[in-house]
Design a protein around this ligand. Structure first.
Ligand code: ADP
Ligand code: MG
Length: 276
């Protein structure tokens, strides 16, 4: 694909929102694939015991597969569990298996329980432009590990009633982690998802989010698209499932915006359809 400026250092982005069903996993896998198609080297860390990101990327994650559980709980090197994503060059995944559900409890009694993912990432020697971490819909130790490992938080917000509800709790947790464990942590990116430009509600929510967050909100938003929701059942991102669809184009555009912002280059919208 078209090349984009690469970050000087690996950008570790934590995709978080303790609400379920807002588009965390969908955003993680499709943004990761987009960044890879733009020429980047990208690792997805699946930190949700459901393993939806692993499924959507077509990566094997049955119970016996070496996984992020082994990294967090047994200090296995990340390089022992990372798999290449089929059909997308430059894209890799550290899969989640079902035993990750127990990690939330098992981590409690381990040393450096909040920074086990950070240590694993620091020890990983393969060159990467981006690491995207898909968080579970909770603010427990798995999400805390992500917030300690990353510098940037990416919050997907679904354009519906109560979109901002519960965000205060996430933002307070980000502040707590920044204050105690990770001074570089900040909310860098807000992405509006499942945007339906035909409804007044969606544009009202978009306005509300923009007035609340300002410059962190990407100008690109992700439309509601059947192709986006179909792709995971084929073990694919929408980028390979239907590359010409509005969903694919909007994720490519969001990736372009993120990449340009990261190197301080002015973003000019090329894909007007995605803009509310
Ligand atoms: P989360 O990870 O926050 O729980 P998901 O990414 O799994 O949320 O999305 C929740 C549901 O919404 C999934 O069924 C997904 O396929 C669907 N979905 C997400 N984004 C879109 C979109 N832009 N258009 C249509 N369906 C979407
Ligand atoms: Mg999810």
């Amino acid at each position: 694909g078209e090349g984009l400026p690469r970050p000087e250092q690996t950008r570790v982005m934590v995709v978080a929102n303790q609400k379920g069903g807002v588009g965390k996993t969908t955003t993680t896998v499709n943004l990761a694939a987009s960044l890879a198609l733009h020429g980047g080297r990208v690792l997805v860390v699946d930190l949700d015991p459901q393993g939806n990101a692993s499924t959507a990327l077509g990566v094997d994650h049955h119970a016996e597969v070496p996984s992020i559980y082994d990294v967090l709980v047994d200090s296995k090197p990340l390089s022992d569990v990372v798999q290449p994503v089929p059909d997308v060059e430059g894209l890799f995944c550290a899969p989640a298996t079902i035993d990750l559900a127990g990690a939330e409890i098992e981590l409690v009694s381990l040393v450096a329980r909040e920074s086990r993912l950070e240590r694993a990432i620091e020890a990983y020697e393969q060159p990467l432009d981006y690491i995207l971490i898909d968080c579970p819909p909770s603010l427990g130790l798995l999400t805390v590990n992500a917030l300690v490992a990353g510098a940037e938080v990416l919050i997907p917000i679904q354009c519906e009633y109560y979109a901002l509800e519960g965000l205060g709790q996430l933002l307070r947790n980000v502040d707590l982690v920044r204050g105690h464990l990770n001074p570089k942590l900040h909310v860098s990116t807000i992405l509006l998802t499942m945007y339906d430009g035909r409804t007044r509600l969606a544009s009202q929510v978009a306005d509300e989010v923009r007035s609340h967050f300002g410059g962190e909100v990407l100008r690109t938003s992700i439309p509601r698209s059947v192709r986006i929701s179909e792709a995971p059942s084929y073990g694919q991102t929408v980028l390979t499932y239907d590359p010409a669809s509005s969903g694919a184009l909007s994720y490519l555009e969001a990736a372009r915006e993120i990449a340009l912002k990261g190197v301080g280059v002015q973003y000019d919208a090329q894909y007007a359809h995605a803009l509310p």
